[in-house]
Design a protein around this ligand. Sequence first.
Ligand SMILES: [Zn+2]
Length: 168
Amino acid sequence: MKGPRNCDPEMVFELAEGTLSQDRKREAQKHLSACPECRKLYEHEVDLNAYLKCLEISDDRSRSVCRGVAMALPTRPMRARVLWGVLALALMLAALLALSLSGTNPVTSATSVVDVLWSLVSGFADLAVTVFVMAGPILLVALLLGAIADVIIAAAVFSAARRNSREA
Ligand SMILES: [Zn+2]
C-alpha cells in the first residue's frame, strides 16, 4: 500500500466512465477498496454519469430509468409555487389589515377624500412592494431547495436502479 499519495482522480473518473483497461481497472478498484476518499469521489462520479446519461436518453434502459426518476419526482416546484403564492397573498392581507389598524390616525387627519384615497393607494403600492421584496427571495429559496431535493431523489433512484441491474 503506497498510502494517500497514490491517489489519482483521473483514474477514478475513467473507472466511473468504464474506459480503463483491465489491468488499470483492477489497480483502481484495489486503490478504491483502501481509500475512502477516492471511493466517495467514484460514487459521486457514477451518480453524476448516470444523471447525465438520463438527460441524453441514449438507449431503452436509461429511458426506463428516466421514467423511474420522473415517477419518483413529486410535482414540488408547482406545489411550492402555489403554496408561496397563497402565503404571499396572506402576507399582503395581513399587511393591509395592519395598515388599516395602524393607519387610523393619518386617515382621519387627512383633509379630503382624495387625500384618503391617495394615502390608501400609495400605502397599498408600498405594501405590495414590501411583500414582493419579502416573498421573492423566500420563493426563490423554496424553488431552489425543491430543485436540489429533486436532484438528490434522482441520484437515489439511479443508484437503486444500478444496484438492481447489478443484482439481476
Ligand atoms: Zn485515493
